[in-house]
Design a protein around this ligand. Structure first.
Ligand code: AMP
Length: 191
């Protein structure tokens, strides 16, 4: 299996690059943000529990997020691999993912981190706000999401760096050029 983590702050381009990666490598894409939004729009019990946290730009507790993610992995027994997008966002989530994949006889092959400055992020999300109806794209909520990233999620990077699995890619520039850099990394991981 080829399991990848696409890592980066809100607005780094994870969604865009994930779509291109799925097409190229036929992997199953798991975005915990998309899963939460589906729960919210379907008004499930989980959706009701998390909607305020998400609207406020705060992280959902690890126990809820990890259980939801594991369920999604189990739903795809035929997968050739997974692209994890927006997960893990805490070290506890990264540890849980490692344990879970190990129990399935597999592991994370590599982590691709999109490097984008805070200035660029704010500008991009302001643009996205104009076309998206995500309540958490408004500037106050966005500030909170970026804060959550720099206070909690950034610590996931040394976790994977210590495992020798981290590759950084400059996330500013042409989308296809960034994709080219990512595929170079993925192709090396495959071989
Ligand atoms: P995203 O679409 O990845 O930006 O996620 C949107 C929101 O969903 C985040 O701001 C969090 O509130 C929540 N969320 C998504 N993934 C996670 C995660 N791995 N851990 C905790 N909260 C998450």
């Amino acid at each position: 299996m080829l399991n990848l983590v696409l890592f980066g702050p809100p607005g780094a381009g994870k969604g865009t690059q994930s779509q291109k990666l799925i097409e190229r490598y036929q992997l199953v894409h798991i975005s915990t943000g998309d899963l939460f939004r589906a729960h919210i729009s379907n008004q499930t019990e989980l959706g009701q529990r998390v909607s305020k946290l998400i609207a406020d730009g705060e992280l959902v507790p690890d126990s809820i997020t990890i259980a939801m993610l594991e369920e999604e992995i189990v739903k795809n027994p035929e997968a050739k691999g997974f692209i994890f997008d927006g997960f893990p966002r805490t070290v506890a989530q990264a540890e849980a993912l490692d344990r879970f994949l190990e129990s399935k006889g597999t592991a994370i092959a590599g982590v691709i981190a999109l490097d984008v400055t805070e200035e660029e992020l704010t500008a991009r999300i302001a643009k996205r706000k104009a076309v998206s109806n995500r309540a958490d794209d408004d500037s106050e909520k966005l500030k909170k999401r970026i804060e959550e990233y720099f206070s909690k999620t950034i610590h996931v990077l040394p976790y994977y760096e210590n495992q020798g699995k981290l590759a950084k890619v400059n996330g500013i520039g042409n989308i296809d050029a960034i994709f080219g850099e990512i595929t170079d990394i993925v192709d090396r991981l495959k071989n």
